[in-house]
Design a protein around this ligand. Structure first.
Ligand code: WT7
Length: 657
């Protein structure tokens, strides 16, 4: 990567050691590093037996003979739902609250104990079986942040049906293509959910996805949440509560092979087609539980943990459902947005529920900074003992604000680097051991081997930058891309030999800390959500008035990056726009079009209608220059441009905007 990309890195030298009090109670210790270093596979084998209950013990830790296709814990059999729910009830913790659920409307709360969760997952497993779902069948889940989302996922795991959760912000079209790719016969949704004080429809989006054309869906289970009116297709649609009531209250769980697929989760890559990343049961469950224990430092008997992510993203899978629940933790689950009904909502929840561990995203922290420290200062945040960050680089300024204003200067911060593909945390401080450094994710956790390499795949010296790679297979690694093994090899294992290429640029500082700097491919990171430039470009060109489109992620103070699109219109559309002066209407229409094709989260912040796009002589769009324009920087070197006057035209058009 270019030096330019690295030059913005601060010379940050501050470090913060954990307090003696924190160290004394911490789950993660320095010995873990030694043990993993001495015998990596032995380490994971021991952890697998420590964190999980196996119906049949495994006889081989790792098979890497068909690299890059890994198999972990061969011969082992287990049930993920039994590990996350049943065994806690059997151990006498049935009365422990699993989920303190907080709805967005005020005073709309529910506490669900492990015993209640146990009954619900059994009924839901029976209801799914009654609908014909069998081991290996993918079930689509499209739900708001309600406890039923966790119940649905765990019920699928219980019967060996991989779930495919789609974030509630995706559109009918996006949902339709994911249903088709996974071949789901059952969709679990809700009438709607609360977002910013209003009920918003979900069932209607599912109906839209199933309208016209063929699809494999036979049944739709609908959770009643908002009680808004919904259309009903007899014979296909069933209320969730009726199906669960009608189902048997007990369900004998069967064990599955450690490598049995647990779930599929679609994420954005460098092409327009979403990738179905899939994970296997044993290794994934192990690494999510292990990291919840040693990185988030969850003590299930005393902590109240809160991860603010949505279950529709991998963070919600790993750090709301599987990791914390496998430990038997008590957690908060919140349905709504941080500013509804007021900007102190998060801090009110921390105060009311006495949250001890908070895991959130840099974009949220920067938003809170903008709102001002007077807001959190009105609440008692003294229950907090650890803070976490995930999804994008956290700038040292936001890190310090998080530490001082939210953590009262006493809570260690874990800046955790990982991906949908890695399944669980890979690089992070271990909070009772590491002296933390603002802005850096620092070191691979015990058991993980990751380094920064140069173009040739050689580890870089301290003080230099390069690419982040993982050099050894890890338990929660993706097992592939659903239905596309070639794309898996090509995307992650072809850039460097025998190393997993994460797609991120990184720098090693003088003290050996890793600073993850962001994507080096055509993927954007908007508020911690991955968006592909190609996906949004193809949504734009599917509009009849658009001839060509180029999308870039421009630096944005709050969201990290923002989506900026440059669009060339078809000739008829240009004439029309000129005649009727409809430029602004057209921009609105195009933004709406992207929302329909992908979802509201993909709407560009800015669309610029331009006459030309800067291209190299071979015809490749020069996104770097467009980025400069979008970020209002002076335009960089244009000597390789086929027609360098194009850039003048584009910048000119922007100024007139
Ligand atoms: C990409 C993965 C990990 C769950 C949420 C996002 C970026 C993630 C960090 C971090 C710097 C980070 C990377 C990564 N990222 N965590 N702590 N510091 N960058 O999962 O949607 O799969 O995105 O998010 O660019 O590749 P995802």
């Amino acid at each position: 990567m270019s030096d330019e990309g690295l030059s913005n890195l601060l010379h940050e030298e501050r470090t913060f050691a954990p307090s003696e009090e924190f160290v004394a109670q911490a789950n993660g210790t320095a010995e873990l590093f030694e043990q993993a270093e001495a015998d990596r596979e032995g380490f994971w084998a021991q952890k697998a037996r420590e964190y999980l209950d196996w119906e049949t013990d495994f006889d081989q830790v790792l098979d890497w003979s068909e690299a890059p296709f890994a198999r972990w814990f061969l011969g082992g059999r287990l049930n993920a739902c039994v590990n996350a729910v049943d065994r806690h009830v059997e151990a006498g913790h049935g009365d422990r609250v699993a989920i303190h659920w907080v709805g967005e409307p005020e005073d709309d709360t529910r506490d669900i104990t492990y015993a209640e969760l146990h009954e619900q997952v059994q009924r839901a497993a029976n209801a799914l079986t009654d609908l014909g779902v069998r081991e290996g069948d993918a079930v689509m889940i499209y739900l708001p942040m309600i406890p039923e989302a966790a119940v649905a996922m765990l019920a699928c795991a219980r019967i060996g049906a991989p779930h495919s959760v789609v974030f509630g912000g995706f559109s009918s079209d996006a949902l339709r293509s994911r249903i088709a790719d996974a071949g789901s016969t059952v969709v679990i949704t809700a009438d709607g959910g609360y977002r910013r004080g209003k009920p918003s429809g979900l069932k209607s989006v599912v109906d839209g996805a199933l309208e016209g054309g063929e699809n494999p869906v036979e049944s739709v289970l609908v959770v009643r949440r908002t009680e808004q009116d919904v259309e009903w297709t007899e014979g296909r649609d069933t209320w969730w509560h009726e199906a669960l009531e009608a189902a048997d209250a007990t369900h004998e769980a069967q064990a599955f092979d450690a490598e049995h697929p647990l779930f599929i989760l679609y994420t954005s890559g460098t092409t327009g087609k979403p990738k179905g990343i899939f994970h296997a049961t044993g290794g994934y469950l192990l690494q999510t539980a292990y990291t919840s224990h040693v990185v988030h430092d969850i003590h299930p008997e005393s902590d109240v943990y809160w991860c603010t992510a949505d279950v529709g993203w991998v963070t919600g899978h790993s750090y709301i459902v599987y990791g914390p629940m496998t430990l038997g933790a008590t957690q908060v689950m919140y349905e709504g947005t941080p500013d509804t009904p007021h900007q102190g909502r998060f801090w009110e929840i921390v105060q009311d529920k006495k949250v001890t561990i908070l895991y959130t995203a840099p974009t949220a922290i920067r938003t809170f900074m903008k709102w001002g420290k007077e807001i959190p200062e009105k609440f008692d945040l003294s229950s907090l003992k650890l803070l976490g960050s995930v999804g994008e680089p956290i700038n040292p300024e936001a890190w310090m604000w998080y530490r001082e204003v939210i953590g009262g200067g006493r809570c260690p911060i874990v800046d955790t680097w990982w991906q949908t593909e890695t399944g669980a945390i890979m690089i992070s401080p271990v909070p009772g051991v590491t002296e933390t450094r603002p802005g850096s994710a620092q070191h691979p956790i015990p058991g993980i081997n990751a380094v920064v390499v140069d173009d040739m795949g050689q580890p870089v010296e301290r003080g230099s930058g390069g690419y982040l790679v993982v050099t050894e297979p890890w338990p929660s690694m993706l097992r592939g891309i659903w239905g596309d093994p070639e794309r898996y090899k090509e995307t992650y294992w072809s850039r460097f030999e025998d190393m997993y290429f994460a797609g991120d640029g990184a720098k090693l500082d003088e003290d050996g800390n890793i600073w993850v700097l962001g994507r080096v491919d055509d993927v954007m990171n908007v508020s911690g959500h991955r968006m592909s430039t190609a996906e949004i470009e193809s949504a734009l060109v599917s509009h009849p008035k658009v001839a060509e489109a180029a999308v870039v992620g421009a630096a944005d103070e709050t969201t990290g990056q923002a989506i900026c699109a440059f669009v060339i219109l078809r000739e008829e559309a240009v004439e029309q726009a000129d005649e009727e002066g409809e430029g602004q209407d057209l921009v609105a229409e195009l933004r709406q079009h992207v929302a329909k094709e992908i979802g509201a989260i993909a709407k560009p912040r800015q669309i610029m209608i331009v006459a030309e796009l800067p291209k190299t002589r071979s015809g490749k769009i020069m996104r770097r220059l467009l980025k400069d324009v979008a970020e209002n920087r002076e335009v960089g070197d244009v000597t390789t441009l086929a027609d360098s006057s194009v850039m003048d035209l584009i910048t000119q058009g922007m100024k007139e905007d």
